[in-house]
Design a binder for this molecule. Sequence first.
Ligand SMILES: NC(=O)CC[C@H](N)C(=O)O
Length: 190
Amino acid sequence: MKTIGVLALQGGFAKHLQMVSSLGVTAVPVRSEEELGTLDGIILPGGESTTIGMLLERRGLLAPLKEKIAGGMPVFGTCAGMILLAETIEHHHQSHIGLMDITVERNAYGSQVESFEADLEVDLYGVSHNLRGIFIRAPRIVRAGINVEVLSRFSHAPVLIRQKNMLAASFHPELGSDPILHEFFISHVL
Ligand SMILES: NC(=O)CC[C@H](N)C(=O)O
């Protein structure tokens, strides 16, 4: 039986826990280094990336988490979780994991229309799937390195990407009704 951790320091971790559990997989909140040890994979939720990064550092979790992911632990970062994974965050100096070969711009989809939904086509290895993407003060991927696979785009920018054991979305798949990306993470990335 697989166990998926959901980083539960701040932000939208509850819906991720629910979605993973609804797929019949054990989901546990993660708040300490000890809790990292027993996981098959981890989800980094949306929220405020500066706060999550600061709490990761304060709790001594940043270095061990980075080490685990660099060592191959599967990770799925959504929104702020994707920002934490990005190698470069434009215009901001904040604590982050920095292992994905991407540059992101925080809150990049405009300050007036801060949140929106869009119909996305996601390409899950030959199987194309329509998904409603919920974007909440979402980051934009402004650069993706050659090792980064783009699984979906919205208005030309990648919004769902994979680099080896790391999957990331600039939107919130846990807030929709379709668990396809959680299923994909569990079956293909794990
Ligand atoms: N929904 C989200 O996770 C928003 C991310 C947030 N704007 C940040 O920069 O951290």
